[in-house]
Design a protein around this ligand. Structure first.
Ligand code: COA
Length: 176
């Protein structure tokens, strides 16, 4: 596993658009909105996740919704990017206090954009939005973790200004 990365993301490339979805607040005909998830979004979130993981984890997503979507806590965020009456991406994360001896910081633990809507600035918008929520919650640092071989997500986070941080993950098999 790649060590968690840590940084304050830079302003990204929101405003670009492709054939997929226009990623710009100021386009009145087709605005992209980043907002908290609603129960009615869940089926589309599950479908987007399934395109990345190949699994439809319905029970998992229902419990994520209960914990992050419906929590009413600024520390827990489950946001969707919504355009043309459909969900085109999502981001999930939360503020964790003093874990691993770290002062409170925001963790992004999932971000996905629908494949036909990528490279239009939507991932940047989602990350910007969750970072704004983390700031509101009082933290000034954001971290994430990614698969060592996932060069796409690494390129994305690097483009946002995130870099290797001071922590490394360790693991071992527990056997039977
Ligand atoms: C990573 C991801 C969220 C990026 O979303 P996106 O909407 O395409 O991102 P943006 O358009 O905001 O791109 C911002 C920057 O990321 C980088 N980037 C995005 N897609 C890239 C690609 N295919 N190759 C290289 N760099 C890329 C670029 O630097 C880009 O800036 P640029 O367009 O000015 O060059 C999206 O590709 C995705 O959902 N991938 C699968 C996610 C995944 O594996 N999740 C599992 C772990 S949670």
């Amino acid at each position: 596993m790649k060590p968690p990365t840590t940084a304050t993301p830079r302003r990204g490339s929101a405003g670009r658009h492709t054939a997929g979805v226009r990623a710009q607040d100021s386009a009145p005909a087709d605005p992209l909105v980043v907002r908290p998830v609603r129960r009615g979004d869940l089926a589309q979130v599950i479908a987007i996740d399934a395109t990345v993981t190949g699994l439809e984890k319905r029970d998992y997503w229902r419990s994520v919704y209960r914990r992050y979507g419906d929590s009413g806590h600024v520390e827990r965020q489950f946001l969707v990017a919504h355009a043309r009456e459909r969900v085109v991406g999502f981001v999930i994360g939360e503020v964790r206090d003093w874990e691993f001896g770290s002062p409170p910081c925001g963790w992004v633990f999932a971000i996905d954009v629908k494949p036909d809507c990528r490279q239009a600035g939507i991932g940047t918008r989602l990350l910007d939005a969750i970072c704004a929520s983390f700031r509101l919650a009082g933290v000034r640092k954001v971290r994430t973790m990614l698969g060592r071989d996932n060069t796409l997500i690494l390129s994305f986070f690097r483009s946002q200004g995130m870099m290797a941080g001071p922590f490394i993950p360790l693991e071992m098999d527990l056997g039977t």
